[in-house]
Design a protein. Structure first.
Length: 452
């Protein structure tokens, strides 16, 4: 059997590497039109940083895992084609700012139809609006050169930073297909691939639309929990309650559960906001404005939380940060990844620059050029924004520190040494609630957490 995956990004690369590792008899080829990315997948410095990924790729690459720019050749040879291209929020035309941009999905569907001469199973791995499989089917049917196709939905639930663990041991694998004999056969073929390492009872099969919708709903529910606890964090700050204590107390109720109740400076990442906006747009398109408004509130609360964090910094520093040095620790949207898409840090740094602060960012995995480009735009410079090589360098001569990503190394810094090198009073704002505020206060810091 031959598998091709179109899109060598954060999902396509790790997912296919794990399939290749677990199914040595299947030849897996990951293709992308981005030649630089493919070259990186073929090098010692992978384009995606994920704990454990280097080892998986090292074992399978060259054996039954290949990375290539020959998109057409790999499609023609494959039995199963995963579509794992990006589906960003549309930035133009109808639905701008909310709907998913499906231009890459459509372009891939057209290429598949053009190149294929044998039967293929097409797997939607990208996150897409409900009914996208219907669009793909129509494009394939209208352009086929005689090949037949079965379209399946197989959304990915991995989280960045834990991608390898999540892929090795998923809570569930979801496969949606047409409820016809040919559809059922395609679902079985794909289920058999996962069954090599995933217990059968964790492989759920549904109709196409349930599978497509479940992906958006899963992300909406996860993000909703974060916005809910973040909303409560504002009330905690006003009342003297401690949001971590509240989260712990409510999370012990087995009906609520403890996960995704960590108050923060706001959720980031390429998907939560994008997928909720997509859900909101779908609800509006289907004439359900009350449902749309309900879910839009999750994104609005997240925007509020990010603004609230930077506003608190300015307020605490005597209502002015102009010309003050602020060390921002962490820039990735969460720990253990080099991904900065929609990171809360981007907004916090921009807010501080707008107040004419001098901002020095340190992140253990994000390149300086990426930080500059994310905040200012590619090729734009601002003397007020600099990147340091360590947390200590960033904090030297600073008036305040803002922890924005929960990297483990920020938990164990020598804060006494850092305090000694800062302007007084020295402030620390922990946007992740990872440091011991009592300890920092004992050292002399004016230390604040989120919701505490
Ligand atoms: P990404 O931007 O990292 O990767 C997508 C890749 O597709 C890019 O390298 C791009 O060059 C390539 N591509 C686009 N059009 C192409 C074409 N016509 N031919 C060949 N290559 C093409 O995106 P990602 O983070 O991997 O996400 C992919 C999809 O998976 C999205 O729909 C996303 O919502 C979903 N998803 C992402 C995550 C995650 O953790 N990042 C998790 C679950 C689901
Ligand atoms: C999320 C989902 O967890 C995955 O299941 C899904 O596959 C993926 O989106 C996707 O569709 O792309 P990811 O965004 O990689 O994964 O990472 P998460 O661990 O979910 O964190 C998202 C954001 O929420 C991060 O900024 C994180 O710091 C924040 N977060 C998370 C909190 O602020 N509090 C929490 O309790 C948990």
């Amino acid at each position: 059997m031959k598998i091709c995956c179109i899109g060598a990004g954060y999902v396509g690369g790790p997912t296919m590497a794990v399939i290749a590792l677990k199914a040595p008899d299947i030849q897996v080829t990951v293709v992308d039109m981005n030649a630089t990315r493919i070259a990186a997948w073929n090098s010692d410095t992978l384009p995606v940083y994920e704990p454990g990924l280097d080892e998986v790729v090292r074992q399978a690459r060259g054996r039954n895992l290949f990375f290539s720019t020959d998109v057409r050749g790999a499609i023609a040879a494959a039995d199963i084609i995963f579509v794992s291209v990006n589906t960003p929020t549309k930035t133009y035309g109808v639905g701008s700012g909310r709907a998913a941009d499906l231009r890459y999905i459509e372009s891939v569907a057209r290429t598949i139809a053009e190149v294929s001469t044998t039967p293929k199973i097409i797997v939607e791995k990208s996150t897409i609006p409900v009914k996208t499989a219907e669009t793909i089917q129509q494009i394939l049917a209208a352009n086929t050169n005689g090949a037949t196709f079965q379209v399946l939905s197989n959304p990915e639930f991995l989280a960045e930073g834990t991608a390898v663990v999540d892929l090795f041991n998923p809570d569930r694998v979801l496969i949606g297909g047409e409820r016809t004999p040919a559809g059922d056969a395609a679902v079985k073929t794909l289920a058999d691939v996962y069954a090599r390492w995933v217990p059968r009872e964790r492989i759920i099969t549904t109709n196409l639309w349930s599978s497509e919708l479940s992906k958006l709903v899963a992300n909406a529910f996860l993000a909703q929990r974060i916005s809910s606890i973040n909303a409560i964090s504002a009330l905690c700050e006003a009342t003297g309650a401690d949001v971590d204590e509240v989260a712990n107390a409510i999370g012990k109720d087995s009906r609520i559960g403890p996960k995704f109740l960590k108050a923060s400076v706001g959720f980031g990442g390429s998907c939560f906001q994008k997928d909720i906006l997509n859900l909101v747009y779908l609800c509006e398109s289907f004439g359900l404005p009350a449902v749309a408004a309900y879910w839009n509130g999750v994104v609005e609360m997240n925007d509020y939380q990010k603004r609230r964090f930077s506003a608190r910094i300015v307020r605490s520093l005597f209502n002015t940060v102009a010309d003050k040095r602020i060390a921002v620790l962490g820039f990735a949207f969460k720990k253990d990844t080099n991904d900065t898409r929609e990171s809360a840090a981007i907004h916090v740094v921009r807010d501080l620059l707008a107040e004419q602060a001098n901002v020095v960012v340190y992140d253990p995995k994000v390149a300086a050029a990426d930080i500059q480009a994310d905040v200012l735009g590619k090729g734009v410079a601002n003397p007020r924004l600099n990147v340091a090589a360590s947390a200590y360098e960033a904090a030297l001569n600073a008036h305040a520190i803002a922890i924005v990503t929960e990297w483990d190394e920020f938990k164990t810094l020598d804060y006494a040494k850092i305090f000694a090198g800062m302007h007084k009073p020295a402030f620390l704002f922990d946007g992740r609630n990872i440091v011991d505020l009592a300890h920092l206060r004992a050292l002399g810091f004016r230390a604040h957490g989120i919701g505490r």
